[in-house]
Design a binder for this molecule. Structure first.
Ligand SMILES: Nc1ncnc2c1ncn2[C@@H]1O[C@H](COP(=O)(O)OP(=O)(O)OP(=O)(O)O)[C@@H](O)[C@H]1O
Length: 274
């Protein structure tokens, strides 16, 4: 994929976002360098997933602009949008595998829908993807037979099926134990190293963010609180950034509260957003 003169594959300029009358993103600007890992981080409810939806063209900017290779995403016609979507992979938070299909068939879905490849070719490509995510022996398994970490890997294999140039990942470590989460982080870094892929990862996990990021964008209540290389964020003297980086105890409490409220409300998110 071509880059802009500045080496940025995506440029976000003064992006705002609303749900009804409520503004959830305010004046967001940053650039995504090609072939690097950009991590968008912030506490639950700060607008990370909403920003991701804008970046993949699922929500129009309101106002503001997103440029892909220098071209305004808002100006894409249906054909250009389809071409763009074929060049990106998305791993949503829940993994979103089809439970009634084997892992192999799940990974084959994008290839069957978006290409005219013959089944033997699809079968080879699926095998390559299974190998890439360390699930070589699990193609015949059903999603329900896999652990949480393996389901994420299978979701990742499906997101990689079309060999995307850009991969968007929403909360790779959510719901995983630290060791499994670290394994997934390593896999993300391998994709950057081995394939020169551009990755945009959304997370609220500080440890994971600092482990994988070439560039960090810290969101706070819908605004960019800080942006830059991990070292510069870590060394920031801005009081709000320091507060963000030392918030872990609070966050854990919030997670417990969220878990409890999920139990009480049957999974609807209440009380977890600040
Ligand atoms: N479809 C929607 N309709 C109305 N409000 C929404 C919708 N989706 C998100 N919001 C609100 O917008 C704000 C930002 O939500 P968003 O999901 O983008 O945050 P987040 O940082 O990704 O949170 P999380 O980590 O919990 O997913 C939150 O206050 C949320 O309640």
């Amino acid at each position: 994929m071509a880059e802009t003169e500045a080496g940025a594959i995506i440029q976000v300029k003064s992006l705002n976002s609303f749900y009804g009358q409520r503004r959830v993103l305010q004046d967001i600007s940053f650039e995504v360098p090609a072939g690097k890992v950009t991590v968008i981080m912030g506490v639950s409810g700060c607008g990370k997933s909403t920003l991701l939806r804008h970046l993949i063209g699922l929500k129009p900017t309101d106002p503001g602009q997103i440029f892909v290779e220098g071209r305004d995403l808002a100006g894409f016609d249906a054909r250009q949008m389809e071409a763009f979507r074929k060049r990106i992979g998305v791993l949503f938070q829940a993994g979103a595998l089809f439970n009634s299909m084997s892992v192999r068939d799940n990974i084959a879905v994008p290839l069957r829908v978006h290409t005219r490849l013959a089944e033997p070719t699809i079968s080879i490509m699926v095998r390559i993807k299974l190998h890439q995510v360390g699930l070589t022996r699990f193609g015949d398994y059903m999603p329900s037979q896999l652990s949480g970490g393996m389901r994420k890997r299978a979701g990742l294999a499906r997101a990689l099926a079309m060999d995307p140039e850009m991969l968007f990942v929403d909360e790779p470590s959510s719901g995983l134990d630290p060791i499994t989460a670290a394994g997934l982080d390593d896999l993300i870094l391998e994709l950057r190293e081995a394939m020169g892929m551009t990755l945009i990862v959304v997370t609220h996990e500080l440890e994971s963010a600092f482990r994988i990021a070439d560039q960090l964008i810290v969101l706070d209540q819908g605004r960019v609180l800080a942006a830059g290389m991990p070292e510069s964020i870590r060394e920031s003297r801005d009081e709000r950034v320091v507060q963000f980086l030392t918030r872990r105890a609070d966050e854990r409490t919030r997670d417990q509260e969220g878990y409890l409220s999920d139990l009480l409300t049957g999974g609807r998110k209440v009380g977890v957003h600040p």
